[in-house]
Write a protein that binds this ligand. Structure first.
Ligand SMILES: C[S@@+](CC[C@H](N)C(=O)[O-])C[C@H]1O[C@@H](n2cnc3c(N)ncnc32)[C@H](O)[C@@H]1O
Length: 299
């Protein structure tokens, strides 16, 4: 596998890892506009239109290239978004007063969800990604439904210092998320992420994750992606070149060993739980869709 990543590399919303956030926004916009969508994200289309990237605006106009595998694109993004939506809504309704969305990308939860009163949401991502997002939302006159604090910092650097400088209080419980993030981190930054989260988490804190796994899991995912999608779901971008496949801790095991109570879910379990029928899939995809890919944990 050829890696294009370098230590300290940066990006905007149409390049490198930033472009994956735009892809996710595209899939969320398409899911929102399907009959009986699992989520409604009216902001996602704004981002895609503002970025003006031909591949993604093309998919908004004509999503038929994705129709070969609707369970995965955009339906998969509906399941994923709904999982994190429900996690944050429950955590904050049950009294957790801080939320940290790591690698927030174009996630518009601060504008979409009905948050409990007095919750603060910290959105952590690279500066140009957050600037683009705030610019689009401000340009449309959108107002967050919660106290939203963008924290522009690289997650391979000392992000806890930036988070605390923005007002995060490690003495109070927090609901953390890392959605669509983990394979983009080198193993050392991945493992440091969990150590830092644990160090900043008061008892009662929670976490939700997806896309975790070993190098073997990442390679398996990429092989299936190439087989069924020809690697083109994100257009010219080669997602494989952005992932790190070096060794890393298993988050479920690590969290359990550090006193967190962990629950894992497969895409099939979540999809069925949301009342959506799982379509007939080829055997290798069935196996993948039944493998735990989502996790929540409580400290
Ligand atoms: C696939 S997108 C997911 C965005 C968002 N969580 C969502 O699901 O819509 C990956 C995001 O991770 C962010 N990211 C990846 N590595 C990062 C790093 N080292 N520091 C800060 N952000 C990072 C990217 O900027 C991008 O917004």
């Amino acid at each position: 596998m050829v890696l294009m990543r370098t230590d300290g590399d940066t990006w905007d919303i149409v390049s490198s890892v930033g472009r994956t956030a735009l892809g996710v926004a595209t899939f969320r916009a398409l899911e929102s506009e399907r009959p009986d969508p699992l989520i409604t994200d009216g902001f996602a289309r704004w981002f895609v239109e503002a970025a003006g990237d031909e591949h993604f605006t093309g998919l908004l106009a004509d999503p038929s290239p994705l129709e070969a595998m609707p369970f995965f694109f955009p339906g998969f993004m509906g399941v994923r978004t709904r999982f994190f939506d429900e996690y944050f809504t429950a955590a904050t309704a049950e009294g957790v007063g801080q939320a940290v969305i790591l690698a927030a990308g174009l996630d518009a939860r601060a504008y979409r969800l009905d948050w409990a009163p007095d919750v603060t949401v910290f959105e952590v991502d690279q500066p140009k990604v957050l600037d683009f997002k705030s610019g689009v939302l401000d340009g449309h006159g959108a107002r967050p439904k919660v106290d939203r604090l963008p924290v522009a910092v690289d997650l391979r650097e000392d992000w806890p210092a930036a988070l605390e400088a923005a007002g995060f209080d490690p003495g109070r419980p927090c609901a953390w998320s890392a959605e669509g993030l983990l394979p983009y981190l080198p193993g050392a930054a991945h493992d440091a992420l969990f150590e830092r989260i644990d160090g900043l988490s008061a008892p009662g804190s929670r976490i939700a994750l997806d896309g975790f796994g070993s190098a073997t899991d990442v390679r398996r995912f990429l092989a299936l992606r190439d087989k069924y999608f020809g690697g083109k779901s994100f257009g010219d971008i080669d997602v494989e070149a952005l992932f790190y496949d070096d060794e890393r801790a298993d988050p479920a095991q690590w969290l359990t060993e550090h006193g967190w109570t962990v629950q894992r879910f497969s895409p099939v379990e979540l999809t069925t739980g949301y009342g959506v029928e799982v379509p007939d899939l080829p055997d290798d995809l069935v196996e993948l869709a039944q493998t735990p890919a989502y996790l929540t944990a409580t400290k």
